[in-house]
Design a protein around this ligand. Structure first.
Ligand code: ASP
Length: 324
């Protein structure tokens, strides 16, 4: 039995492993681990106190995938609920659908008895206001709330602010079943309604007991375009080791052309529980892992290959003009 997680998972990985020791499934372990991260007020990339969008609204995304059945659940742009991972699990278990967003996802959460939570903590609000000033030169958020157009400033925000944060968990239980879960508040200062790779099955999350599983953190736009998590699992199906599959998926990201490059960190596990991580532009090549025999988690250092970017594609700094 083993659990691996991206670095922010350190607050939940012990509880996830304990869930496996107590006889819980890989799905139980993933949900348990991620819930702890979602409730951590010091993590501004996930759940409570997540970084808001340009307008100051916290919009959460999450997915869960069961490698035994290939069933999946996803929620996107969810406001006002602390545990999107649990709502995603309910989508997987209770609905015929796979993916709910916005008002529909919130309606479903209420139907399933989830409590509403005010997600924008004082700290997250202060960080948001500081970021608007630091990265965009905006001192009064009302300027944005009243703006006719946000598209130019939104583009500049994603280039300059670089506010990222997401958690990935992959668990393999006693029966050899694998589950992956991902939860995020997405890119800080994102355009309202923007969805991350974290809530797109195949992009930021994929699990298949027969071959393995993969999950991403980083610039979701490129993981969506490359289908990174699904590709990694497919490369294992084709016979590659988990390390080779991660490196191959990184090559795919390198082939993308355009202006949304910032980098991805991929973690993956094969069907036997061997794991690996690869990154191409983030200073985060470490993930954590813990087996049922270990008392605490350990760090795993994977492959890091800087990503090539084309500076000519950087946005114009006069993007603020487009707001008016
Ligand atoms: N993948 C997330 C997103 O695109 C961000 C992150 O992983 O930090 O919103």
């Amino acid at each position: 039995m083993i659990v691996i997680a991206s670095s922010g998972g350190d607050v939940g990985i012990r509880q996830a492993v304990q869930a496996l020791r107590d006889g819980g499934s890989a799905i139980d372990a993933v949900e348990e681990g991620i819930q702890h991260v979602e409730s951590n007020p010091d993590d501004h990339g996930v759940g409570l106190s997540g970084m808001p969008n340009l307008l100051g609204e916290v919009e959460l995304d999450a997915t869960i995938m069961d490698g035994a059945t290939l069933q999946a659940g996803a929620v996107g742009s969810l406001k006002g609920y602390e545990h999107p991972i649990s709502i995603a699990r309910k989508v997987m278990e209770e609905l015929w659908h796979v993916f709910l967003v916005g008002a529909g996802a919130e309606r479903f959460a209420a139907e399933m008895g989830f409590e509403k939570t005010a997600l924008l903590t004082d700290q997250a609000r202060a960080d948001w206001q500081n970021s608007l000033w630091e990265y965009l030169g905006i001192s009064d958020p009302a300027q944005l709330q009243q703006a006719r157009e946000l598209r130019h400033i939104g583009r500049l925000a994603c280039y300059t602010a670089k506010i990222l944060g997401t958690v990935n968990f992959i668990a393999r239980d006693k029966q050899g079943n694998i589950c992956t879960g991902v939860s995020t508040s997405g890119l800080g200062l994102k355009y309202p309604g923007r969805l991350s790779d974290s809530c797109v099955i195949g992009a930021g999350n994929y699990a298949d007991n027969r071959y393995g599983a993969a999950a991403c953190t980083g610039m979701g736009e490129i993981a969506i375009r490359a289908g990174s998590a699904r590709s990694t699992v497919l490369y294992m199906k084709m016979g590659m080791s988990v390390e080779e599959a991660c490196r191959e998926a990184m090559e795919d990201l390198d082939a993308l052309v355009g202006d949304r490059h910032r980098g991805i960190h991929l973690i993956a596990m094969d069907k036997d529980g061997n794991h690996y991580g690869a990154a191409n532009a983030l200073d985060r090549t470490k993930h954590i892992y813990m087996t049922s025999e270990m008392n605490s988690f350990a760090h795993f250092e994977g492959h890091y290959a800087p990503f090539r970017t084309d500076p000519k594609l950087e946005p114009q700094s006069d993007a603020r003009d487009g707001m008016n």
